[in-house]
Design a protein around this ligand. Structure first.
Ligand code: F0G
Length: 469
């Protein structure tokens, strides 16, 4: 494979709308199409990209790990996101993540042994999948010479942006988080990595609206997933899943849905691989909302909103949001990472669902926390939002939509230590009042700590008692 270093002229930005013909240079900083106001895609003149004939060729780069671009689990696949000159790429070794078979979780979800794998994105440098996208956004920020970057976040995006700014020293960052909504593991990262941190008196949806206006007004580089370069990086999660399956396509890929950047990136990755002849068939996609933040579920499953060749019925979306505003309905879930009511990538996600015969489900906080406990007991901790994927598989198995013999991949989007309050709150006795307030009243997989006297005999007795249980 030749290096993707002279490729900047073969990448361009276009509106996702079929009615928005213009293309824009990748040197432009845009988060929507100036003509159509729609989201933008990064597209490539594939005829001029030295894409390998088989995905297996990317594996050769494993043996060249001293080159930071080959070490990165994102840039190892650089011919599939060829927008950056190599000397501009900002990488901190992201994407060293694994696809791990879990028979324990398979049993819980109702799948046959060997059929469930967990894509463990918590192993990224900042502890979530966001690093896959942020390396790409930071690279583009470097290409255009940005000195200040910003994002709104439920916590992981801000941690990720902060780490890239901290390590590279190329730009400063300001992060907007909803007040009182962010898990402490994530807030502590933004503070520790030196990000200017604004706690907006509002929720994520408010913070995102504000950061978009602020970036427009002040010419700050925006790193939320409306930034199309971010999604280019997130495509590589799909490549690594396929690599983990020896380049076989699974039956299902299941992902939690918040702002819908990941699901959108997955759809684009798979469509491109199909177009390039690098995969023969498409997997099915399941996007799982928390029931307290279920815009996608409501619109897609209840009201029939579809991609419709790039012209989804906007009136359905407008009516839904109008009703939400009239009732002053706010997103509300313990899975704080996906506590989002106005997903900015809705349309791109509809495209992904269309391409992958997708389904959307919603899971309650109780179902999510039970699934999280099972993921933990199986040895792979994750934060609550990530466990929505496992809770979703279980629900889809019960319905018979997923078969016990289907090969399923769940994305564990964030590390367990991001939100230890949620974990301890679930297991400890008495139940954390914050959980009780949100309707959690049974914990099927509770593993409460036992208080014991500071005394040898008492401790030995307690261990015996606990072992018998
Ligand atoms: N899982 C985790 C752990 C997340 O942090 C997020 C999003 C999602 C799932 C949802 O992914 O937005 O691509 O659908 N977190 C964002 C943040 C919103 O600000 O960190 P999505």
């Amino acid at each position: 494979m030749s290096a993707a270093s002279d490729l900047t002229d073969i990448a361009f930005q276009t509106s996702i709308s079929p009615d928005g013909g213009e293309t824009y240079d990748i040197g432009q900083v845009l988060t929507s199409c100036p003509q159509t106001n729609e989201l933008l895609d990064i597209n490539y003149d594939w005829d001029r990209v030295p894409v390998p004939a088989s995905m297996r060729e990317f594996e050769r780069r494993w043996s060249n790990r001293r080159n930071p671009l080959d070490f990165s689990g994102v840039w190892r696949f650089r011919e599939l996101l060829p927008f950056a000159p190599e000397d501009r790429i900002v990488t901190i070794g992201e994407g060293q993540t694994i696809l791990q078979r879990s028979d324990y979780v398979a049993r819980y979800a109702g799948l046959k042994p060997g059929q469930l794998s967990l894509q463990y994105e918590g192993l990224n440098p900042s502890g979530s999948f966001k690093d896959n996208g942020m390396t790409a956004a930071a690279t583009h920020a470097h290409m255009v010479g940005a000195k200040l970057a910003a994002c709104a976040s439920t916590g992981n995006t801000s941690a990720s942006l902060a780490i890239y700014a901290g390590v590279s020293g190329l730009f400063q960052v300001v992060v907007f988080v909803g007040s009182g909504k962010i898990a402490y593991g994530k807030l502590s990262q933004a503070l520790d990595y030196g990000a200017l941190t604004l706690q907006i008196l509002g929720d994520f949806d408010d913070a995102l609206r504000q950061v978009q206006d602020v970036c427009r007004e002040a010419g700050i580089y925006l790193c939320n997933s409306v930034n199309p370069f971010r999604l280019e990086g997130q495509k590589t999660i799909i490549y690594r899943i396929l690599e983990g399956l020896n380049w076989e396509v699974p039956d299902w890929i299941v992902v939690p849905g918040g702002n819908l950047g990941n699901s959108s990136a997955f759809g684009k990755a798979l469509l491109e691989l199909k177009q390039l002849g690098l995969i023969a068939e498409m997997p099915r996609l399941a996007v799982i909302n928390a029931a307290g933040a279920n815009t996608l579920y409501e619109l897609y499953e209840q009201r029939g909103l579809r991609w419709n060749g790039g012209r989804p019925e906007q009136a359905l979306v407008d009516a839904f949001y109008k009703d939400m505003d009239a009732r002053n309905r706010r997103a509300n879930t313990l899975a704080s990472a996906i506590e989002i009511n106005r997903p900015v990538n809705l349309k791109k996600c509809l495209r992904a669902l269309d391409a992958c015969r997708g389904v959307v489900r919603e899971c309650t906080d109780e179902e999510i926390l039970d699934a999280k406990a099972m993921v933990g007991a199986g040895g792979f901790g994750c934060e609550p939002a990530s466990a929505a994927s496992v809770a979703g598989v279980r629900a889809l198995r019960r319905e018979g939509v997923i078969a016990a013999s289907d090969r399923v991949v769940c994305i564990l989007t964030g590390h367990q230590l991001k939100d230890p309050d949620a974990t301890v709150g679930y297991h400890a006795e008495p139940l954390d009042p914050k959980l009780a307030q949100r309707g959690i009243n049974r914990r099927l997989y509770q593993n409460a700590p036992t208080v014991v006297e500071n005394d040898l005999t008492a401790i030995l007795d307690a261990i015996k008692r606990l072992q018998k249980q």
